[in-house]
Design a protein around this ligand. Structure first.
Ligand code: ADP
Length: 392
């Protein structure tokens, strides 16, 4: 079915550009609230296409496809940030309600725009500069020390588009494209945190407890909610910073502020790494650990409904990502359910309907309870078992 069917009763149709797992995970809350979803999916095999009946296929940068899709929707939002600004501008010009707005979204699309704006706002950032060539990078490295973290301003995810360079010449191939790059000092951080905020068009806002995003080789492998032993004053400051960014940028919907926590000292206690404007991996724990999940909260926000309570359901919730293992040996996920469900009846499994590829995020599990070590171990066990790393 291509066209969305609105539910009787005056319920709206929410259109999501992009058919990944984030759109897919909005399906449950939408069904419960009687809201119809429609997704513009990359293909019939997209994660959301299995869960949402209205999933026309089209590219996010195809103006005609996005325009035709938006015509059937009361509000348009996003599964990812890769919708070009000219496509967004055309929608807005035609009167389509778009959340977040293109003016806000650009700060999650372009890291140079983000760095400029946050620095203007006085928000702690790593030392940074726009570098257009090898000479500019060399000057930055000489001023701030090597290695330098070099980023493509657009299109990166899961560490792709991020490179640690030890000399300016190491990056010569990246400058061959002629695009400016973002150079950042290499931050010696204690751990990575995330602030997950929601803001509605009317200006109501909420913020979940600050979480610790545990990274392995540039990929988030688990999230601990709340971040253990986080200084209370810092937690308050981070929440206030998240709300301030959302307010000043006019963000609507869910936004994640990724943060590096610094060692206690004289200067700032943190620097902001980057922004994401959509439900985010750092918020998957809310599906089972918060009164309102980030997916329901995002729907409420883009529809300008009152936001839900963000109270945790448990002292600790841990989200553990499930990465694809060897597809030959561990391509079949369903057979793992019997053992996992029998072993841990409180385990919450969330898979994305994606085929298994090594290292690909194919799902996550949530565990919760009163003992963090035990909650962490249960999550790790389940993810390892699903990935085929262990067999009992
Ligand atoms: P992506 O957009 O691909 O998620 P990020 O900008 O978040 O890229 O960078 C990916 C990872 O690289 C971060 O999670 C962090 O571990 C590391 N990183 C990024 N910027 C810096 C920096 N300035 N200093 C040290 N590590 C960094």
């Amino acid at each position: 079915m291509d066209r969305p069917l609105p539910a009787p009763g005056g319920f709206p149709i929410v259109g999501i550009v992009g058919g990944g797992q984030l759109a897919r995970m909005c399906a449950g809350p939408a069904v419960e609230l009687g809201i119809t979803l429609s997704v513009l999916a990359e293909s019939t095999q997209a994660a959301a296409a299995f869960a949402i009946p209205s999933a026309p296929v089209g590219a996010a940068d195809d103006l005609e496809a996005v325009r035709a899709f938006a015509r059937d929707c009361d509000v348009v939002t996003f599964d990812h940030e890769q919708v070009p600004q000219d496509v967004l501008a055309a929608l807005v010009a035609e009167g389509v309600t778009v959340h977040p707005s293109p003016e806000a979204l650009v700060h999650a699309q372009d890291k140079l725009v983000m760095r400029n704006r946050l620095s203007q706002m006085g928000i702690p950032c790593p030392a940074w500069a726009q570098v257009d060539d090898v000479a500019a990078l060399r000057a930055f490295g000489e001023a701030h020390g090597w290695p330098v973290v070099l980023k493509t301003p657009r299109g990166g995810y899961d560490g792709k588009g991020v490179r640690v360079v030890r000399t300016a010449e190491d990056a010569a191939d990246w400058f061959a494209h002629g695009e400016p790059l973002l150079a950042e000092e290499s931050v010696d951080f204690v751990r990575e945190l995330a602030v997950l905020v929601t803001r509605s068009p009317s200006g109501q806002a909420s913020v979940w407890p600050i979480v610790h995003t545990v990274q392995t080789d540039g990929i988030c492998t688990s999230v601990v909610a709340p971040a253990a032993d986080l200084d209370e004053e810092l937690a308050g400051e981070l929440a206030a910073t998240g709300l301030r960014i959302a307010g000043e940028l006019g963000v609507t919907g869910v936004m994640a502020v990724e943060v590096f926590e610094l060692a206690a000292g004289d200067g700032a206690a943190y620097v902001v790494n980057e922004l994401a404007m959509r439900p985010h991996n750092s918020g998957h724990w809310t599906q089972d650990g918060s009164v309102t999940s980030q997916f329901e909260q995002h729907l409420r926000a883009v529809l300008d409904l009152p936001l839900g309570a963000v109270t945790p359901r448990s002292p600790w919730t841990v989200m553990t990502n499930v990465l694809g293992g060897d597809p030959e040996r561990h391509g079949q996920l369903y057979p793992t359910y019997k053992h996992l469900m029998a072993r841990d009846p409180a385990l919450r499994i969330h898979l994305y309907g994606k085929s298994v590829r090594p290292g690909r995020k194919i799902g996550h599990v949530n565990t919760y309870g009163t003992d963090l070590a035990e909650v962490t171990a249960r999550g790790r066990h389940a993810a390892d078992y699903l990935q085929g790393v262990i067999d009992e």
